[in-house]
Ligand binder design. Structure first.
Ligand SMILES: [Zn+2]
Length: 307
């Protein structure tokens, strides 16, 4: 299906930025640039700081300077996304308070979210897959993720599925290699009847750190995205190698400068998904479509380490 983009734009482009390893300096270097370049994308945050041993570094909204800058970005039209409540596993109560804090800081509950690898991650680990694909995944990960993620399991202390359904609109799932995310997942944003606590799922294109992101956004790929009239949602961690000694990576900057000269629709993830959703009345994925997404993701995961 070819999408007609608003304002006669040729393609759509967005980024979901995961806060792992991010610093205030790094965040400013990236977003002062993106902002000046006219892009509006999605900045993932943890609303709470760690209250016990953390499982990931990266700034959180408990740092006032960080929070102030993220709010400033929100005021400039960037979307703020939810990356679970804190950089460690959070009980149901902590997640509930984290969502309230998010609404307090940014004016409303999150439109988009991406799981962090906390115990309350929702439909994560083996729950991302069904049937034989789940068994292959469990065997391939040497069962290390078995039972680790339980945000969707009702009798778990980490359960928050009902809150997710009530308060969050779009949740990231599968990540693929190609730049045209919409070609990898033509049904997004979709509802999965077997995963009822998430309203809508979306896929993304893997640009997890600076090198991978440079490859994803290379000239040839940009031209392909444009000629296909597709949509790209990059999943990245701007904290991973994009800024060194306060300076933004030159090649990344050059690629974004090239991309923004094109007739693209550069909007936050939620805006892009809302537009796609409005184009399609029926968003429930069939089991055949789901198997197709799962197999392709599983191959990417096992052979190329897609997240
Ligand atoms: Zn993360």
């Amino acid at each position: 299906m070819t999408i007609k983009w608003p304002g006669n734009r040729t393609f759509a482009f967005s980024i979901f930025d995961d806060p792992d390893s991010q610093t205030v300096t790094g965040l400013r270097a990236v977003y002062d640039y993106l902002s000046d370049a006219g892009l509006r994308t999605t900045v993932g945050v943890w609303p709470y700081g760690p209250t016990r041993e953390r499982n990931s570094d990266g700034e959180t909204c408990c740092n006032l300077e960080y929070r102030k800058y993220v709010r400033e970005l929100s005021g400039r039209g960037f979307e703020i996304g939810f990356h679970l409540a804190a950089p460690h596993s959070c009980s149901r109560q902590e997640t509930a308070s984290g969502l309230d804090a998010f609404a307090d800081y940014f004016g409303d509950f999150p439109i988009t979210m991406a799981n962090h690898y906390n115990s309350e991650a929702i439909y994560w680990g083996k729950y991302r897959l069904g049937g034989v694909r789940q068994r292959i995944y469990v065997a391939a990960t040497l069962t290390k993720n078995t039972g680790r993620f339980s945000g969707n399991i009702e009798d778990s202390p980490y359960f928050w599925g009902d809150l997710c359904k009530e308060k969050v609109r779009f949740c990231r799932n599968f990540t693929y290699e190609g730049i045209n995310t919409l070609a990898s997942c033509p049904w997004m944003p979709y509802h999965d009847p077997e995963r009822q606590y998430v309203n809508y799922w979306f896929a993304s294109s893997d640009g997890k750190e600076v090198q991978k992101c440079r490859q994803l956004l290379c000239e040839q790929n940009q031209d392909a995205l444009e000629s296909q009239g597709g949509a790209c949602i990059v999943y990245t961690h701007f904290g991973l190698g994009f800024v060194r000694e306060g300076v933004l990576d030159e090649r990344f900057r050059m690629l974004i400068d090239r991309l923004r000269q094109k007739n693209g629709w550069f909007v936050p993830v939620g805006t892009l998904l809302e537009y796609l959703r409005a184009q399609r009345p029926d968003v429930a994925i069939t089991s055949h479509q789901r198997r197709n997404l799962e197999w392709r993701w599983l191959r990417g995961k096992l052979f190329r380490g897609c997240s």
